[in-house]
Structure formats: C-alpha cells, structure tokens
Design a protein around this ligand. Sequence first.
Ligand code: NI
Ligand code: MN
Length: 225
Amino acid sequence: MKITWCGHACFLIKTEKTTLLIDPFLSGNPMAPVGHEYVDPEYILLTHGHADHVGDTVAIAQRCEATVVANFEICNWLKRQGVKSTHAQHIGGGFDYPWGRLQLTMALHGSSMPDDSYGGNPCGLLLTMEGKTIYHAGDTGLFSDMQLIGEVGLDLAILPIGDNFTMGPADALRAVQFLLPKQVVPIHYDTFPVIKQAPHVWARQVEAQTGSRVMVMAAGQTIQL
Ligand code: NI
Ligand code: MN
C-alpha cells in the first residue's frame, strides 16, 4: 500500500482495494500538499472531533460520496452537517470492512466538534489490511495500555510528537518503547509555532534506544508499506 502524509495528522492510504483518508485537515493546514478538491477517498477515518482533524470531512464526503468512520457522536454530528454515509464504531470495537479491519482504541485527549458541540471520546485507529498492521494514535498523551496495543505486532506506528496538545518527544519515545513497532512516523508537529519540534533529533534518539526504525516524512511524501 502507498501511504502519503498530508501534514499534521492527515494521511492518504491507497491499497489494492480502496483509498482511505485519515483526519483530512487540508484547508488551513500550512503543510497540506493539496487542497481538499484533489483527494478522492472511498472512506474517511476520523480520530476525534477537533477542527484540525475533522477538517474538510464534510466537503470531501459530499463530493466523493465517501463513507466516514468515526465514533458514534461524531457520526451523528456529521449527519446533521449533511454527510449521507457514516459508519459509527466506538473504543474497543472493531469492524471488518471490504478492505480490512479497523478497531478504535483509547486516546487521552478531548473531542469537541468544530462548533463546540459534544464529540464523544477521542480515539486511535488500529488498521489491519494487506497483512500489515498500522496504529495511528490520534491526538493523545502517553498511556501504559499502549503495551496492549503493541502486543498485536505493529508494522507502523504513527505518533504525535508535537507536545503542548499531545505527547511531546520524550513521552513519544516511551510510547515507542511500549508499542515496539517495526517503523514509526512522527506527526502533529511544526503545523503551528506552539508545536515546533526537531523530528530528526527525535528519530536519532528513538533509533538509539529502541529497535524501531523512524521515518521522518516530508509533507506530501509517499512511502510504501
Ligand atoms: Ni485534538
Ligand atoms: Mn490535533
């Protein structure tokens, strides 16, 4: 599969069977390589309700007739915004889609919607498809149950390192030690001045202290998994 980072927490994943878009914050994202008009997902997956994650979901879902997968409360909000196709899941629950399995995991964060209405609890995404397992942590602080998530065997962990709103570099290193993924991609940094980080310094620390390989992606870059 091909995995493209669109800056912040947004990823476009193209597999043999589908195109997935995670947390499509493109409008207003200074790192976004393309506008929301240029993505064409079949499914949009959301970690939580904050504006820097819901982003252009409504516009993209309406244009592409994409199905949005999120927690129950976010799906209800999206229906009120005119999104036709949603699939609600919740923390701990998994579902087998035609393209693979998605389980929602816990995340330590908030989840109010862009209009401040209630968005339920924030989540992480545990994806299994084409024989690979990917964990997108969403926005979260460190929690020791990451050890349980890692027990399934992760090919890729996508982790926030920005600090201030989420784990910073030190806790993200501890997260890698809990998750034991083969590869790691740091996200949720440099989008705004308050989350400025040095990802290559972090990458060297992680590779010195764990067995994981860190890929510092440029916004718009695509990797193969
Ligand atoms: Ni957030
Ligand atoms: Mn965020």
